[in-house]
Design a protein around this ligand. Structure first.
Ligand code: NAP
Length: 251
């Protein structure tokens, strides 16, 4: 028991926001299996979060789950405090949580605009700023933001989402420059289309049409993103990059 606790403190600690399903859940599972101390953050999907915890426990892998709406600074503070109390440090922060909404720019309300910006972009500001004190102190850290192809190219009827993701790209590049001297790397992954609940609103036909536009002729899987995350954590010389994993959809 004591041995286990000591081993945990020595392992790298990672927070994955929005880890209850889709891309985040895949990242949680792959890193937990690699012996990282994983804190899975969720907001609404408690049942899904518990299911992942139980699934991993069957393989003798322990993760922590923590409910927090990451668009709220006070809740983010609690998530960071919990992690530091549990593992003493934060080595890796994966800003993954996000929401999308298709709507004509002319119809979007202030409330909808603010929600998209708060959950997708302001959350990255809050989580990163709160996690940084732990990283700056030890002059080491890795931050990975999940952006989107739409932050690079822009998407019709997703102006707020594209704006938030473009903001993430700007934050990633500038923060990488600011934090380089502290040996903290900041990168982003900009996925194309990945098979998750986020795209459930698309019909089968619409998905087929998209596939035809993708040179690799397939929709991505969450594991495609999780593999890149693992590589980015282990790497030591990549910072300020927006890596677009998109099957060649946007080159
Ligand atoms: P998803 O299946 O809809 O999962 C979204 C996750 O974000 C859920 O775990 C959700 O948890 C969490 N979340 C949402 N609002 C939150 C909040 N306020 N606080 C904490 N957690 C919150 O979507 P996904 O496809 O895995 O997307 C993950 C990331 O990839 C997002 O940033 C998305 O923009 C990006 N992305 C996805 C695609 C794609 O095609 N799927 C493409 C490009 C980029 P709760 O249900 O518990 O709130």
């Amino acid at each position: 028991m004591e041995e286990n606790r000591e081993k945990n403190i020595m392992n790298k600690t990672v927070i994955v926001t929005g880890g209850s399903r889709g891309i985040g859940a895949e990242i949680v599972k792959s890193l937990a299996k690699e012996n990282y101390n994983v804190v899975l953050n969720y907001n609404k999907s408690e049942e899904e979060a518990n299911k992942i915890k139980e699934e991993l426990l069957k393989e003798n892998i322990q993760i922590e789950i923590f409910k927090a709406d990451i668009s709220k600074r006070e809740q983010v503070k609690k998530l960071i405090e919990y992690t530091i109390q549990k593992y003493k440090t934060i080595d890796v922060l994966i800003n993954n949580a996000g929401i999308s909404k298709e709507k004509l720019f002319t119809s979007i309300t202030d409330e909808e605009w603010n929600e998209i910006i708060n959950v997708n972009l302001n959350s990255v500001f809050y989580c990163t700023q709160e996690a940084l004190s732990s990283m700056i102190n030890k002059k080491s850290g890795c931050i990975i933001n999940i952006s989107s192809i739409w932050g690079l190219t822009g998407a019709s009827c997703e102006v707020a989402y594209s704006t938030a993701k473009a903001g993430i790209n700007g934050l990633t590049k500038s923060l990488a420059k600011e934090l380089g001297p502290s040996n903290i790397r900041v990168n982003a992954i900009a996925p194309g289309i990945i098979d998750t609940k986020m795209n459930d609103y698309l019909t089968k036909e619409e998905k087929e049409n998209i596939k035809e536009q993708i040179p690799l002729n397939k929709i991505g899987k969450s594991i495609d993103i999780a593999k890149c995350i693992k590589w980015l954590i282990e790497d030591e010389y990549t910072t300020g990059q927006i890596i677009s994993i998109n099957g060649g959809w946007y080159i």
